[in-house]
Design a protein around this ligand. Structure first.
Ligand code: CMX
Length: 437
């Protein structure tokens, strides 16, 4: 059984060669035009960054090294006694492009569990924060402060060769991933359930199994399985989304993986991005309150129009790239469909019914390019059903997950020696001058 580092030792030289050939043989090939609409329109659709682990097709959704979510569900190892993909097997796939064997997955689980305890100064830092501070702010602070441990930063100061960067990047990435569950769980306990002792990390359990245990829901097998699936499929969504792009930009300055990922978390904390899963539940609960027992398709339609007419977005719908229902949404819906208890829950029912009405309303409204649900439309209601009702916390779970993709690319960016990002900006006057030329 190889370690993830040993597999990377084999894969990296091939990718380095591929990049060299791309640069020398195709460096001047054109991938698209840069139009004014790109410059003023959030660069939507502009093919402008390298991201190895996943590619997003507007209609088909995400593929991780060519594998769809159902492919991953078939190929990747589950936890003993479980069925859903676990974070370790997804991380291995993202990082190496290869499906790990069960033995490789278990070995990575153990490696992470052994590194999972928080340093005391981080515990003290988190414990000193007011419980009213948003959990995402706390998560970013904890991740940033963990850079006290950065091997990459230490090695850089010592003066290592560029070709060695990735090995320290990998070490930091594994250490950060290992510690995220304890950090995220401590925030949850402090804010919502103070005073109760947090269980110790079980070295025989997977990363998410330990996370759920530390959150205090370890005896809930279905919630544990749900979070395994959730964390695996939220792991990466190509590079242009705000959190991934932020970590890529900050990492390109050779800031260490901790600081790069902390920056990403603060992009994730915006309501148009990761915070949407908190907003969806708030919005659906308000709908439930207003409609009472009288939940019909017509009433939902009226409520959707009310939201739109008040100038708000319908949270959980629309996407910067996707133009079809998000396969991550479909995977979470399938999880519900296979569990009658879950499906009978009024809030899960409401999400399902909203999905039956919202696309037509959004099409008629005519603004959004994608009237279909994204993953956030479904993710929160299942957590709510299982008793994890504190929706201000939901984006933290997303934050534990997105580390899989951002840290993967951090390692690849250093392995490939990618340069500091520095796109050219233009003022409106400068744009007009260029158009006239
Ligand atoms: N409800 C109402 N209006 C919407 C909408 C929605 N769900 N989605 C897009 N629109 C509007 C936009 O606000 C924009 O309006 P203006 O022209 O007045 O600015 C117009 O439709 C065109 O937008 P778009 O090109 O279709 O979408 P963008 O790429 O600009 O934005 C996103 C994408 C996700 C920010 C947007 O669809 C949105 O705000 N959705 C709701 C929030 C949400 O669910 N975010 C989570 C996304 C997934 C994630 O990142 O986690």
């Amino acid at each position: 059984t190889k370690t993830v580092k040993e597999v990377l030792d084999e894969v990296i030289p091939k990718k380095q060669l591929q990049l060299k050939q791309l640069k020398t043989e195709h460096g001047q090939a054109v991938l698209g035009d840069v139009k004014v609409e790109h410059v003023v329109g959030g660069m939507r659709g502009l093919k402008a960054m390298l991201w190895e682990a996943s590619v997003l097709d507007p209609n088909e959704g995400i593929r991780f090294h060519g594998l769809t979510i159902p492919d991953c569900q078939n190929a990747l190892t589950a936890a003993p006694g479980g069925k859903e993909i676990i974070a370790e097997s997804m991380f291995w796939l993202l990082l190496t492009g290869k499906v790990p064997t069960e033995a490789e997955t278990r070995q990575l689980s153990r490696q992470l569990a052994e590194k999972g305890d928080l340093p005391e100064y981080i515990e003290k830092l988190i414990d000193s924060l007011p419980p009213t501070l948003h959990p995402m702010t706390q998560l970013g602070m904890g991740v940033a402060a963990l850079n006290h441990e950065s091997k990459f930063q230490e090695a850089y100061e010592r003066g290592i060769k560029k070709s060695e960067y990735w090995t320290y990047a990998l070490e930091d990435s594994l250490n950060l991933l290992a510690r995220l569950p304890a950090l995220a769980a401590r925030i949850y306990r402090n804010v919502y359930n103070p005073g109760k002792p947090i269980p110790k990390i079980n070295k025989d359990l997977d990363l998410v199994g330990n996370y759920v245990n530390m959150l205090g829901y370890g005896d809930n097998h279905d919630l544990t399985e749900y979070l395994r699936l959730y964390i695996a499929i939220h792991g990466d969504h190509e590079g242009g989304n705000a959190s991934a792009h932020t970590s890529h930009l900050v990492g390109s300055t050779l800031s260490d993986p901790y600081l790069s990922y902390a920056a990403a978390l603060y992009a994730l904390a915006g309501p148009l991005h990761g915070l949407a899963n908190q907003e969806v539940l708030r919005w659906q609960m308000n709908m439930q309150k207003e409609l009472g027992d009288d939940i019909t398709h017509e009433n939902i339609e009226d409520y959707l129009w009310k939201t739109l007419k008040s100038g708000q977005v319908v949270p959980g719908y629309g996407h910067g790239v996707l133009r079809y229902p998000d396969p991550r949404f479909m995977a979470l819906q399938d999880f519900c469909e296979s569990r009658p208890n879950l499906l009978a829950d009024p809030i899960v029912q409401l999400v399902k019914k909203t999905y039956e009405v919202a696309p037509a309303v959004l099409k008629e409204h005519g603004k959004t390019k994608n009237p279909f649900p994204n993953v956030d439309a479904a993710s929160g209601c299942v957590l709510y059903h299982y008793g994890l009702t504190e929706f201000k916390y939901y984006t933290v779970i997303f934050g534990v997950s997105r580390a899989l993709g951002c840290l993967t690319q951090y390692v690849w960016s250093r392995a490939l020696g990618l340069p500091i990002e520095r796109p050219k900006s233009l003022s409106m006057d400068a744009i007009e001058k260029l158009i006239k030329q």
